[in-house]
Design a protein around this ligand. Structure first.
Ligand code: TRP
Length: 362
């Protein structure tokens, strides 16, 4: 059986550097290496609506933002199928059947759901659709028989639920669905990029993001005010690199070539870290390096974005074509699912024959 890569994002905002290092950069690499049979990347608008039910306009506006982020980051519709979750009704259908194979308490134990319920103050009143989104996410993955899901580590509990549901389905009915594996970023700092304020996670609601679509001035003003080391008051003071967001970002983004280009005094990040720790390196210089590193990474993305922005109708067209192609794949799986569940009544000639006989014999 082949390798099928699938992953997606909620279109609730523009994508930021956390998305980029956590997953998007890897997807583009995987796409370009070509070592797969099929690759699907989608916008999880159905999932986004589970906690934005009263704000569909927000989702609608962000579909095109995320599509621009995808395309400008290098996802190529000739190599991977780009689509919108809500346009594949088979996913809702599969979700319904998978819900029978999992308990409420199992979903309640999901640590990602737990944290999100707290973050959204849903404790007293959890929307049922929101509560069920891990099941819907399992359907997203299983409907395409995905083997490989590149995602950040916060998605691990979702993949566990998916694997359990796939096993339950295959044991209960027939061997139709495929157990997927998560593909985490290799670089540990990239798994959960902190915000520019040094807080645990880069997140739109915390207002600590650098967006893929930020221009040079915006990036510099964000980098300039980044959290570093509060004990590093004078340049000569010894500095700390742990918990220092500038160094975490350099860990995630900088290469040895960047040092040769922007700060040849050091061969690589380890050398800079050693010097910073010893004392004598100013934060501003480190921030200038980081600014250069980020802009070097974002420049080609910005250039592609400007091109795509000139033809927005074509982007909707790409998404429409992708959604049609994706739907065919999901529909094929649903045929197998329904057969396994014995709810393919009209194709079941054996059933019709048996019933005919049973009632004739009366
Ligand atoms: N939960 C993911 C997120 O918040 C989005 C998502 C929905 C997803 N369905 C998926 C990711 C299937 C990977 C596979 O970013």
């Amino acid at each position: 059986m082949g390798k099928i890569i699938l992953t997606g994002d909620r279109p609730t905002g523009k994508l930021h550097l956390g998305h980029y290092v956590g997953s998007l950069r890897r997807r583009v690499q995987l796409q370009n290496e070509g070592d797969y049979d099929k690759m699907f990347v989608f916008m999880a608008d159905v999932q986004a609506l589970t906690d934005n039910a009263d704000n569909p306009e927000k989702i609608r506006q962000n579909i095109i933002e995320v599509a621009l982020d995808y395309l400008s980051a290098g996802l190529d519709p000739a190599k991977c199928t780009l689509y919108i979750q809500s346009q594949i009704p088979e996913l809702a259908e599969l979700t319904t059947y998978l819900m029978n194979l999992i308990t409420v308490s199992r979903v309640q134990r999901n640590p990602t759901v737990k944290t999100e319920i707290k973050m959204r103050n849903f404790e007293a009143n959890i929307p049922l659709g929101f509560f069920c989104y891990p099941v819907s996410q399992a359907a997203d993955i299983a409907a395409f028989k995905a083997t490989t899901v590149p995602a950040g580590e916060d998605q691990e509990p979702m993949l566990e639920v998916t694997r359990e549901l796939v096993r339950r389905f295959n044991q209960t009915y027939a061997d139709v669905l495929v157990e997927p594996n998560i593909l985490l970023p290799e670089n540990a700092t990239a798994r959960r990029l902190p915000g520019t304020d040094g807080k645990e996670k880069m997140s739109k609601s915390l207002g600590n993001c650098i967006y893929l679509s930020d221009d040079k001035d915006t990036v510099w003003s964000k980098v300039k005010s980044m959290y570093t080391d509060p004990t590093h008051v004078n340049v000569s003071d010894p500095g700390h690199v742990e918990g220092n967001a500038v160094f975490t970002y350099l860990d995630a983004f900088s290469t040895d070539e960047d040092f040769a280009e922007f700060w040849p005094e050091f061969q690589n990040l380890d050398e800079l870290k050693a010097a910073y720790t010893a004392g004598g390196i100013g934060d501003m210089k480190c921030k200038k390096l980081l600014n250069n590193v980020i802009n070097k990474m974002l420049d080609p993305i910005r250039a592609r974005r400007r091109e795509y922005e000139q033809d927005i109708p074509e982007i909707y067209n790409i998404l429409k074509k992708g959604s049609i192609a994706a739907r065919e794949v999901a529909a094929q799986t649903m045929d197998e699912v329904k057969k396994a569940m014995q709810i393919d009544y009209f194709n079941d000639e054996e059933l019709i024959r048996q019933q005919a006989e049973k009632f004739k014999a009366k």
